[in-house]
Write a protein that binds this ligand. Structure first.
Ligand SMILES: C[S@@+](CC[C@H](N)C(=O)[O-])C[C@H]1O[C@@H](n2cnc3c(N)ncnc32)[C@H](O)[C@@H]1O
Length: 267
């Protein structure tokens, strides 16, 4: 698919910068999963985890350090896999491994099963088809396993983020849009933004997400919505050391992120 190939090329441009940023964060002790994820994921001691869309492996390594027995990171981009392996080797974390794969075709080549499928912070919009995603998750899970997702809320993704700090709400990306948005830049959260790429991003509504998982035979244990964002989308305040950001005016107005836990549905 041309959009996926284009996204692969785009993400490869910032692999090395992400590696450097995450390596520094580990060295100065600041890299960790955000506060909501830590609270909701619970005790992962001894668990086998697959981390979808792992980028250069920083959160894969964080999960491994939190007590998981083995964490497998999966990402589309060969450069990300190269740097994820290097990051783990450099900071001497050994209970991780990394596989280059498109999530959309992963189930054709990978038949291991896990206690937890984990995916977070900037993931679903890069995938064109959530039904394939959900079916893949179903095949990756052991019978008593669960899926945990933390991502941008689609309501927030529909807004023009450059106007939010002025408390202006303008729909820029149609909530029910089916065609991907194309941007000519990538990154900007753990690296400088790089231009001259074509990055395709799909909108998935809350019902798209729930229905895809439900159709694949998963039961939603919870879906939580949060006013905080996991990156600074423009003049946001840091929320303590939780790894999250907020607008002071947005104590209760609109959601910026959501989390979800799902298990296998047993009739
Ligand atoms: C915003 S990053 C996710 C970062 C994540 N929060 C982490 O753990 O570091 C999105 C990642 O999705 C990956 N990606 C995009 N499309 C993909 C696909 N179809 N299959 C697998 N990975 C994909 C990109 O290469 C990129 O590393």
């Amino acid at each position: 698919m041309k959009e996926i190939e284009s996204n692969k090329e785009a993400w490869s441009k910032i692999s090395e910068d992400h590696f450097s940023a995450f390596k520094s964060a580990f060295e100065n002790g600041t890299h960790k999963l955000n506060g909501y994820i830590q609270a909701e994921l619970g005790d992962i001691t001894g668990k086998e985890i697959v981390h979808l869309q792992c980028n250069t492996g920083a959160d894969t390594i964080a999960l491994a350090r939190m007590g998981a027995s083995q964490v497998t990171g999966i990402d589309l981009v060969p450069e990300n896999i190269f740097y994820a392996k290097k990051l783990a080797a450099d900071i001497q974390v050994h209970n991780v491994d990394f596989i280059e794969s498109n999530v959309m075709t992963l189930s054709q080549s990978h038949d291991r099963k896990y206690d937890i499928v984990f995916t977070s912070e900037g993931v679903l919009g890069w995938l064109p088809d959530l039904n394939i995603w959900a079916n893949t998750i179903r095949t990756l899970l052991k019978d008593n396993g669960f899926l945990y997702v933390f991502d941008s809320h689609p309501f927030f993704l529909s807004l023009d983020e450059s106007k939010l700090s002025n408390e202006q709400y303008e729909i820029k990306y149609p909530y029910f849009g089916k065609e991907p948005d194309m941007e000519d830049s990538i990154g900007g959260y753990a690296s400088e933004c790089k231009h001259g790429v074509k990055a395709y991003f799909w909108m998935h509504t809350i019902s798209d997400i729930i229905n895809a998982l439900s159709l694949a035979g998963l039961h939603i244990e919870f879906l939580n919505e949060f006013t905080e964002n996991f990156y600074d989308s423009g003049e946001m305040d840091r929320d303590g050391d939780s790894g999250l950001y907020n607008y002071q005016y947005n104590a209760n107005k609109y959601p910026m992120s959501f989390s979800l836990k799902a298990t296998i549905y047993n009739k």
